[in-house]
Design a protein around this ligand. Structure first.
Ligand SMILES: NC(=O)c1ccc[n+]([C@@H]2O[C@H](COP(=O)([O-])OP(=O)(O)OC[C@H]3O[C@@H](n4cnc5c(N)ncnc54)[C@H](O)[C@@H]3O)[C@@H](O)[C@H]2O)c1
Length: 304
């Protein structure tokens, strides 16, 4: 018996990398999988039939899977994934919004097309796949569903040369918080993953810096390290865990802070003067630094 027996999952961008590992692990737990991937290049150009390879891998291990090669970047694509799930398996319970591309450039060199392409796949792609699923949940009063979204430290912390990607990934964290509220009525949880894994996305960056990536590196930090927490969050054991951001990779699983007010001053009945702010803003900055230092301390890895 698997933890996901009778569940139907759509995994976007599952032809390789993190999505493929998630699809394989979920299938090994009994889920029926729609393997979505348009099989393009890392910059979002081109197409290929890689989704079928993962379908064949799942079938070879005794699981059930079908492919879908539509783009996540249109609502029609998202609707086709739901339709593929319904036609093949009669239901949909889980959506893993994993598909992604990169077009790294500094703001000085970033063309409008680089900005638009990255927003289309990441931020709009999350909307395009989630909306049909959310409507299906509401129309069928289907309870206990799961959505897992993919953010990144690029947006949550910031990273040089990724204004398009970082903006989309920070947007995805906000999107998740809203969806978690809107779908709570149906017991559907919505969580966000901030992964770190050696895939074609990150291997290319490393190699660009002149660093070689060995098989041992992949074993220590490959996409197989991301799949367990993603899969666990889709199981019945994760009921009620929603609107969280889990950071994971290289054998670690962590939970991230979310935006909160950590210190505030209130001036009764008055508008702040600039002189007031000379006095109080440094205290806010000091509170923020103390908060970072405390999180850095509690966030150190505990060996288990
Ligand atoms: N690898 C990391 O360290 C890392 C870090 C932070 C975030 N992420 C995020 O994790 C997710 C998976 O990344 P990965 O490292 O496995 O990358 P990857 O390039 O190995 O896989 C991404 C897959 O998405 C597919 N895809 C791209 N555009 C698509 C579209 N429009 N429709 C359908 N499929 C499409 C690609 O064909 C590819 O197979 C992405 O959202 C990425 O931004 C990865």
């Amino acid at each position: 018996m698997g933890r996901l027996d009778d569940k139907v999952a759509v995994v976007t961008g599952a032809g390789r990398g993190i999505g493929r590992e998630v699809a394989l692990l979920m299938a090994s737990e009994g889920a029926k999988i729609v393997v979505n991937d348009l099989g393009g290049n890392m910059d979002g150009t081109g197409t290929g039939k890689i989704a079928d390879d993962v379908v064949n891998e799942i079938r070879a291990m005794g699981g059930q899977a079908v492919s879908n090669i539509e783009s996540v970047a249109s609502v029609a694509g998202g609707e086709s994934m739901l339709k593929t799930a319904l036609d093949a398996f009669g239901a949909m319970d889980i959506l893993i919004n994993n598909a992604g591309i990169l077009r790294d450039k500094t703001i000085y060199n970033m063309e409008e097309s680089d900005w638009d392409a990255v927003q289309a796949v990441h931020l709009k792609g999350h909307y395009c796949c989630s909306r049909p699923f959310a409507r299906y949940i509401r129309e069928n009063n289907r309870t206990g569903c799961r959505i897992i979204n993919f953010s990144s430290v690029s947006g949550l912390y910031g990273n040089f040369g990724q204004a398009n990607y970082g903006a989309a990934k920070a947007g995805i964290a906000g999107f998740s918080r809203v969806l978690a509220i809107e779908l709570a009525k149906y017991g559907c949880t919505v969580n966000t993953i901030s992964p770190g894994a050696l895939t074609r996305m990150t291997i290319a960056l490393r190699e660009g810096r002149g660093q070689q990536v060995s098989d041992a590196d992949i074993e220590a930090g490959g996409p197989q390290h991301i799949a367990p927490i993603v899969t666990w969050l889709t199981t019945p054991e994760a009921a009620g865990i929603t609107s969280e951001i889990f950071h994971t990779g290289r054998g670690s699983v962590a939970i991230m802070q979310q935006p909160r007010v950590i210190k505030q001053f209130h001036k009764a009945g008055g508008v702040w003067s600039l002189d007031d702010l000379d006095r109080y803003v440094p205290q806010l900055i000091a509170a923020r630094k103390a908060n970072i230092a405390a999180a850095d301390e509690t966030g150190k890895a505990i060996q288990v």
